[in-house]
Design a protein around this ligand. Sequence first.
Ligand SMILES: [Zn+2]
Length: 301
Amino acid sequence: MPELPEVETVCRGLAPVLEGAAIARLTLNRKDLRFPFPPRFKARLEGKRITSLARRAKYLIASLDSGESLIMHLGMSGRFLIVRAENDLRTTTADFQHEAGRLLQHDHVVIETEAGDRIIYNDTRRFGFMDLADSAGLAQSRHFKAMGIEPLGNELSGETLARLFADKRTPLKAALLDQRLIAGLGNIYVCEALFRAKLHPEAPAGSLAGIDGAATDAATRLAAIIRDVLIEAVEAGGSTLRDFAHADGSLGYFQHRFRVYGREGEACAAQGCAGTVTRIVQSGRSTFFCPICQAKGRIRA
Ligand SMILES: [Zn+2]
């Protein structure tokens, strides 16, 4: 499943092609993805110009000059492929290799721009979706109104974590994955951030707040590390799905090296630590951590 850094990578890959582009034609090869397409979807997109492309949590938002926004979610296996106009020298060999290698039956949506570029949405498992909403009321629309803070935005700080988690008895890892508190953080990056911050995944989330509700050192450290972990992954081009293509149409997905995630039984990566990466299951999801680096007693450190 694409996590936030992958979606950010896709956003950055699509932006040069979509921003400023007019949608000449929209082809829908079926009536729905995970949900039906919105009413008059084709008519509301064709002839409109995309003024900007942004990401919020794991959503892509294309603002249109009609006053509406096209909201796109990649679900479990969604990906975009870009085929540049034939006379465009930027078309690379990789695009054609990818064209030949993928299953056309999963090309569900094709956006053709006035410039002749084609942006193809391919989704094998069809958990992704597209929707339209008024740009002015976007924050209050159904996809975003209950959404927590953006982990790569300015709001994420030790103080924010302390305020969001104060009095919570839920495990730290569960609180970090709660999309109503922080939106877009997934299992992999939460494991990595907790490892680097040396915090036990089962520690009560409320322990990040001091007695007076202020941020503990651990909260400040964790906020900075969450940002670092995500930025590093964005820079590496994302990682989770091996067959998840870069938005620019190139093949494959960057293999990011995780320090704990997926490394059960391996020696801890922290220098001088004799610990072994351990896997436990929390809320049905695997948690990887080092029981020595992330000893429970260290939460107030
Ligand atoms: Zn360790």
